[in-house]
Ligand binder design. Sequence first.
Ligand SMILES: Nc1ncnc2c1ncn2[C@@H]1O[C@H](COP(=O)(O)OP(=O)(O)OP(=O)(O)O)[C@@H](O)[C@H]1O
Length: 277
Amino acid sequence: MNIRAKRKNSTTGYTNMIEGKVTISGLEKVYDTGDERTKAIDDLSLEVPSGEFLSVVGPSGCGKSTLLYLIAGFLDESDGTIAVDGNAINGPGTDRGVVFQDYALFPWRTVMGNVTYGLEQKGIDKEERQTTAQRFINMMDLDGFEDKYPKELSGGMKQRVSLARTLAYDPKILLMDEPFGALDQPLRESLQEHLLDIWRDVEKTVIFITHDVEEAVYLSEQVMVMTRHPGTKKEIFDIDLDRSESREDVILSEEYTDMRKQVWQSLREETNPNTGN
Ligand SMILES: Nc1ncnc2c1ncn2[C@@H]1O[C@H](COP(=O)(O)OP(=O)(O)OP(=O)(O)O)[C@@H](O)[C@H]1O
C-alpha cells in the first residue's frame, strides 16, 4: 500500500490519506499533425514518491509541458505507462490538479466561484463548498476579495486564486507548469514561500515545471534535468536543504550553492552541447 500517513490536517481540515505516487515507465509521446511527426518525449521512466516535491528543468522544447499534460491526462501517450498509486491513468481526474502559468481562471466567475468550481465537479453540497472554498481563500490571503472577478485582480492574486481553486478539491498531486513564470521577483518569492508552507502542511506530491534553476533548487526535494529534444530523464539531483532555516540562510548555504551549480551545469550541457562544459 502506498499510504505513508493518515492524519487530520490543521489548515485544510481534511483527513489526508497521503497517496499520490506517480510511476512512469517507458513513456513516449509523438505529436502527429498529419504532415509531420514530432517525438516530444522519448523513453522516459520516473518514480515520484507520495508527498515528494519534484521540479523539472530542461532546455526549451524538450517536452516539459508535454510530460506534465500527459500526467494530467490531457494528452494520450504514444507508448509506455503512467500510473498513480499503481493505477494506470485514464484521462484527467480530480486526483491531479493542474496550475498553469496563465492562471486559467474562469473570467465570468468571481474568486469564490472559481474556487468552488472543482468542489462542484466533485458533487459537494453548496454549504460545504462555500466553507471549504473560504478556508483556501483565507489561506491564500484573499479574504475580502471573494466577490471580485479575475479582471479586477493583480497577476499574483490571480495565481493565488488558481492555487486555491486547485487545492480546494484536494487532489493528491499538484502539477504546476511554470506557475510563477509571469510574475516579478518579489511576488514570485512570496508565492514560492506560500507554496512551500502549503506543501509542508498538506503533503501533496508536487511536480513543478520551471525554467529557473534557482527556483527548482530552492523549492524541491528532487530536481530532474531533461535532455534536449526529444526529452527524456537525464539526471535527478537530491536536494537536501535545511528547510527550517530562513530563505536567506538557505540561499547563502553551501548546499544550495553547490546544488544550484550542479543542476545549472547539467542543464548547460543540454542547452549548449558544444561548449564542452
Ligand atoms: N500540439 C503540438 N503539436 C505538435 N508538436 C507539438 C505540440 N506541442 C508541443 N509540440 C512539440 O513538442 C516538443 C516539446 O514541446 P513542449 O511544449 O512540451 O516543450 P517544453 O519543454 O515545455 O518547452 P518550453 O520550455 O519552451 O515551454 C517541441 O518540439 C514542440 O514543438
